[in-house]
Design a protein. Structure first.
Length: 104
């Protein structure tokens, strides 16, 4: 494979450049709260994730951080989510809703 075959992905580049990692996961009502090593909080609706939204608390709380902290795995639910996916959804939603995005 030559280097011209590699596609640039700004989201992956951002995650790598900022060395972003998931450090904690918590659930509150119908929300999933993802804490990053920068102490930033990503909040998303559980309704987007049917396996998580219908799962028992004990199964939701049984997760592992994987891929050097860039992913979450729920073994009893056979569910995997990634920091990349959260960031991509956030950007998509922000642009779709004409939300101001502040990049520092």
């Amino acid at each position: 494979m030559n280097t011209l075959d590699k596609k640039y992905d700004p989201i992956l580049e951002f995650i790598a450049a900022k060395q972003l990692k998931i450090t904690a996961v918590a659930f509150e009502n119908d929300l999933i709260n993802i804490t990053l090593n920068t102490n930033q909080l990503l909040i998303d609706s559980l309704l987007k994730y049917p396996r998580l939204s219908t799962a028992k608390s004990v199964d939701r709380d049984n997760f592992l951080l994987i891929a050097q902290g860039t992913g979450i795995h729920w073994p009893t639910l056979d569910e995997d989510l990634s920091l990349y996916g959260f960031m991509k959804d956030y950007l998509h939603t922000s642009f779709a809703n004409n939300t101001t995005i502040k990049i520092l």
